[in-house]
Design a protein around this ligand. Structure first.
Ligand code: AMP
Length: 369
């Protein structure tokens, strides 16, 4: 089977790497000069809405998935018109591209989020922020990621110039959530409607970028896991979703609020490659191809550390801990860019904490506090 992937970044690369043991083949569509999938999957280099590129990409594909949620919805339609099925479907993509539509959808489902209000023009900023109350977070409605296109406003004075600083584009004002911690739930829904959820993952961000993910999340009660699974199940069923969905959550006073949905495999789940019986990448393919879902059970306790901006040489990473699982994406260093990740596994939490600290010290990266 030949699977198409829209986007040639590290998620596409890890999808392909997970699919090869199943005998699958991959073709990527991405306009960039150098893609992380180059060398491991064939590529059509072209724009996502270029009909000629789409013709070349679609020819002979069994189905298509995507590795980033800003794929134009028109691309999914154009592929459907060429007889190619795309998973997850168009509705999930359209909703998750727009923070306001996404939050409205969640509210309609009865899923809690931070209070929010749309901002369509500079004149709306004060009204929208007043309706959610200070402190608040202003985020671009579309095309934001890794904390880009966001700013925290704590006082009325912080509102001055916020519209222009965020690019003069439609925004959403969100109440700032004084969360106890951040969590992610990865869930998969197969073509036949079967759902499988992974154990909750505890995520640690700095400057809006994920740094560390611990799985299973420490001190996550069975009730918390069930509450997260209930949210994911509602979303998956409402969207008739196929594939892996990432639900980013805030935990506050024992309650869960959804921060964001990602209709794809997700950075918080990279540790599932070695830290779960089925990796999120294999699960996404199984779900989308009508195959049985795999076990989501954890394999020990895992910590996934992102390598951001600059990565130590391979030799140094491997020398730091002979148990480390090192992944490098073949990307050129650039500030704030995700260049790779390392997963460490241990049989208990204390041993894992010691391993993570020793590893971070050996390669000179600061752990999030
Ligand atoms: P996002 O791009 O929406 O995932 O936001 C990136 C990070 O900013 C999150 O992982 C949180 O650490 C922080 N953040 C986003 N929204 C809020 C909020 N409403 N309240 C508090 N922190 C937030």
């Amino acid at each position: 089977m030949l699977i198409g992937v829209l986007g040639g970044g590290q998620l596409g690369r890890m999808l392909a790497l997970a699919g090869y043991p199943f005998g699958l083949r991959f073709r990527v569509l991405d306009p960039v000069l150098d893609a992380a999938t180059d060398g491991i999957a064939e590529r059509v280099r072209g724009a996502y809405e270029d009909p000629a590129a789409l013709d070349a990409f679609a020819a002979g594909l069994d189905c298509v998935t995507y590795e980033f949620e800003n794929v134009p919805v028109a691309t999914v339609r154009a592929l459907a018109a060429r007889g190619v099925r795309v998973f997850p479907g168009e509705r999930a993509l359209a909703l998750t591209q727009d923070r306001v539509l996404e939050k409205q959808f969640l509210s309609e489902l009865g899923v809690a989020t931070a209070d929010f209000a749309p901002i369509d023009a500079a004149d709306d900023v004060a009204r929208a922020v007043a309706s959610v109350a200070l402190p608040a977070v202003l985020k671009s409605r579309r095309l934001g990621y890794d904390g880009r296109g966001q700013r925290v406003v704590r006082t009325a004075a912080d509102l001055d110039g916020a519209w222009d600083a965020l690019g003069g584009v439609p925004l959403v004002a969100e109440a700032f959530v004084p969360f106890k911690r951040e969590l992610a739930l990865l869930a998969a829904r197969a073509v036949d409607g079967t759902i499988a959820c992974y154990p909750l993952i505890e995520t640690h961000h700095r400057d809006g970028i994920l740094r560390l993910a611990l799985a299973p999340a420490p001190h996550a009660s069975a009730e918390l896991q069930s509450a997260a699974e209930a949210i994911a199940t509602r979303v998956l069923q409402a969207l008739d979703y196929v594939g892996v969905l990432a639900v980013e959550l805030f935990e506050r006073d024992g309650r869960l609020l959804v921060n964001e949905l990602a209709p794809r495999v997700h950075n918080s789940g990279h540790g599932t490659i070695e830290g779960a019986e089925t990796s999120q990448f294999a699960q996404h393919l199984r779900a989308g191809l009508g195959l049985p879902l795999g076990s989501t059970s954890a394999v020990g306790y895992s910590a996934m550390l992102n390598l951001i901006g600059e990565a130590p040489p391979l030799d140094a990473l491997l020398r730091a801990d002979p148990h480390a699982h090192v992944h490098r994406y073949g990307k050129q260093p650039r500030p704030a860019r995700k260049l790779g990740h390392v997963t460490l596994i241990a049989s208990d939490r204390a041993a894992l904490a010691a391993r993570v600290e020793a590893f971070a010290a050996a390669i000179g990266i600061a752990l999030p506090t």
